[in-house]
Design a protein around this ligand. Sequence first.
Ligand code: PLP
Length: 362
Amino acid sequence: MIYLDYQASTALAPEARDAMLPWLGGPDSAAFGNPHSPHVLGRQAAAAVALARERVAALLPAGGTLIFTGSAVEAINLAMRGSAPLGDKRPLAVSAIEHVAVLETAQALGCPVTTIPVSRDGIAQTDCALAPGTRMIALMQVNNEIGTIQPTIDMARRARDMGALLLVDAVQAAGKMALDEADLIAISAHKIHGPKGIGALWVRDGIALEPILTGGGQEAGIRSGTLSPALCAGFGAAAQVALERRQSDAAHAAELWDLARELFADWTLNGSADARWHGNLNIRRDGLDVARLMSDCRDICFSAGSACSSGSGKVSHVLRAIGLDDKQAKSSIRLGFGRYTTPDEIGEAARKIKAAAAAQGV
Ligand code: PLP
């Protein structure tokens, strides 16, 4: 089995697993305390959470507050819903290639929504018209389907000039590049070799959020719910490793990218070849039946689009936004690779995928 779906999720790093194990103890262990309890077991758990928070915060801009959440989807919801009073109908602006967590939350809020267009290369156009009084702009740092890096710095300037908040979904960028110039940043552990079930929202100092989950008042009163020390510890360790390996992981992804590009030289690339994270190769081949390809290549885990839309039969909104017609979008595949992928795996996967495509006569 070859795993080429790094944008959907990544394998738990051994370092993250090791950091989690002590917090998965049974009744004989001293590691099941509630991190919000004042007694000794609680304090030990709280110390593990504090260390994890420090490690995750190292991926984010200096200062600010880090709020652990159950996922990046929750972090995005907290940012978008919690940053304005209930019923606030001021306009929002979201790029056309945002994750559905952003797009559907914007719709659910019932405000006027400006869609920020993207170029054919998959880069958001930061000079587009925005509605006066826009209260929040959402622009992701790296797109999950086509890997393109977005001009968040330009958009931050624009947001500042018009008095709007900038939300950056940095799920596919965290640990891979510096994150800055945003008011709110959403990240997720399982995209950086941490555990599933935990994400975080970074909030710039001076921004007040209303909770969307009320109850125990954890996370500075903004996100109630008992934290899992195991998940926090795993997230922290994954963040620490990502930071330590940032250069080498990026160089490895770039090497695999060069190889994959060469092997798929006669396929068409979706999204910019330059402004991108190199661990994402989204390519298409006219006439390709992707469902058949996936069924013929069952020992390779890859995606037909985003993990959310693949299998749904829906045409990817990202591929549509970069100008692909339905046929082109439906003949696209996404190969995602990174830290634990070997060149041999890329070679083997390319051989099998190309043979399966050739068997279709394309
Ligand atoms: N944003 C982007 C860009 C993503 O790729 C994903 C996951 O696919 C999410 C948000 C949601 O992350 P989570 O799985 O932590 O809810």
